[in-house]
Design a protein around this ligand. Structure first.
Ligand SMILES: [Mg+2]
Length: 459
């Protein structure tokens, strides 16, 4: 059985963990430089405020206290995502992160009832240990698990966990009311072509002749139809990338702990990801870097870190993405571990064309489109990697505008949550903390922030 664990309104939920007063309130998270809304709570959605609304248009509502707008705090979101992955890794034999807040878990040798029970347990544990609300979809295939998750989110009767066995009436009813374009891997354009042939719903696709689908469309679509019947035949990587994130990752030929080797692999992945990004005419707002040790090698220490770096402004420039990748790697790389896999994920994508039309945030990319287009052309004609980017110099720390950012509660010692009985006590504790921090810094002769990637903050 395959489960898809997906956090509800992830960015907003991360904020609410540390600011419970935001619970039940309309909350939005803004893009870098506080430009526009990129994540919304259910309450904000209910106010009909669309994704991408420029923040200045909401300034009135914000000042009157009717809505809450926060600057994005990618460090917090990235760390909460890593904690979610760790919790799932501890509970399930195998997991595969799919995006910052979506993770597949693979449950072998359990009955449907046991899977459902485990799903409920996991959901509770995630809520209690991390404070995050999630929904879990369970099914025998990736494609159905994704739909099951959707159903768990929409229908409160499932209490956050929905299992589709692929054969019952629930599955049938669900597939009949799901437009074919909402099926995983079926894009808008493909849906239009399918509609001509009378395939309008997920159910229609499931009932279509598989050989015909292969002949007229593609092997992947034929397999998707089989997956809808509950027959697993798609690997996660075979699926078309969703439009909101791009992932490139690969296992090393040989396990390695060397920074340069890991970095070289990541640089390749970053360049390939940037190419895919430009192919689909998107810009990315954030870059995630992740590393994995070999979990089958019980004799070796295990480490599955990830780091999330926000870009100064949405970009498809390979050089900008490479800079972010190096920053991320520097945060998480520890030479004593031997890594088996490394990957790059580009997140929070926006449509490049729409973005360029925006007068509010003119992109800082006047000259590079020609450079990037030329590089892409040469690589397409002469082969992947004919032209690649060398090492770049360390950039100055990016100064972002983030007037409303919450503290980075889980990754910065000086931003830990403060608890006290009266204001005086909190102030005293703060002063003490600062003093301790200074002492520590002197002791170790290095800023404490470089030690921030430990899994659990020590009290
Ligand atoms: Mg989500």
């Amino acid at each position: 059985m395959i489960g898809l664990v997906d956090a509800n309104n992830f960015y907003v939920s991360c904020e609410r963990v540390f600011q419970p007063q935001l619970e039940g309130r309309p909350v939005g998270v803004m893009s870098n430089n506080d430009g526009c809304v990129i994540a919304r709570s259910a309450e904000l959605k209910a106010l009909d405020i669309p994704m991408g609304t420029p923040a200045f248009k909401l300034e009135g509502l914000r000042q009157r206290g009717e809505i809450h707008l926060l600057s994005s705090n990618y460090e917090l979101y990235g760390d909460m995502s890593a904690r979610l992955a760790q919790l799932l890794r501890d509970a399930c034999p195998e997991i595969a992160p799919y995006s910052i807040d979506e993770m597949f878990v693979y449950l072998e040798g359990l009955t449907a009832e046991q899977c459902e029970a485990l799903g409920k347990q996991l959901r509770q544990r995630i809520r209690r240990h991390l404070g995050l609300p999630v929904c879990i979809g369970l099914a025998t295939t990736h494609t159905l698990a994704k739909l099951a998750n959707h159903l768990a989110k929409q229908d409160p009767h499932y209490e956050g966990v929905c299992l589709l066995n692929g054969q019952d009436h629930t599955t049938e009813a669900m597939l009949k009311r799901t437009p074919v374009g909402s099926v995983w891997g079926v894009g808008r354009r493909l849906a239009e072509r399918l509609a001509i042939g009378g395939v309008n719903t997920a159910w229609d696709l499931r009932e279509s002749d598989e050989k015909l689908l292969r002949k007229r469309f593609s092997v992947v679509l034929a397999r998707t139809a089989l997956e809808l019947r509950g027959i697993p035949c798609l690997e996660m990587n075979a699926l078309e990338q969703p439009r909101q994130r791009i992932m490139t990752s690969r296992s090393f030929g040989q396990m390695t702990g060397a920074f340069t080797e890991v970095h070289n692999a990541l640089r390749r992945h970053a360049q390939r990801s940037a190419e895919k990004l430009r192919e689909q005419r998107s810009l990315a707002r954030a870059v995630m870097v992740f590393l994995k040790t070999n979990r089958h090698r019980r004799d070796q220490p295990q480490y599955f870190p990830q780091a999330l770096i926000a870009l100064p402004s949405p970009s498809d420039d390979t050089r900008v993405i490479l800079d972010a990748v190096r920053q991320g790697l520097e945060q998480i790389h520890r030479p004593r571990y031997r890594f088996m896999k490394a990957g790059v994920m580009l997140l929070d994508l926006v449509d490049a064309e729409q973005y360029q039309l925006s007068l509010l945030h003119p992109p800082t990319r006047e000259r590079h489109p020609f450079l990037m287009a030329t590089v892409d052309q040469i690589n397409q004609r002469m082969g992947q990697g004919t032209i690649s980017f060398g090492m770049t110099d360390a950039p100055a720390a990016w100064q972002l505008r983030c007037a409303h950012r919450s503290d980075r509660f889980t990754t910065r010692w000086d931003e830990l949550m403060k608890v006290g009985t009266h204001p005086g006590a909190v102030a005293a504790a703060e002063a003490k903390q600062k003093q301790k921090l200074k002492q520590n810094q002197k002791k170790h002769q290095q800023p404490l922030t470089s030690a921030k990637r430990v899994a659990q903050p020590r009290a």
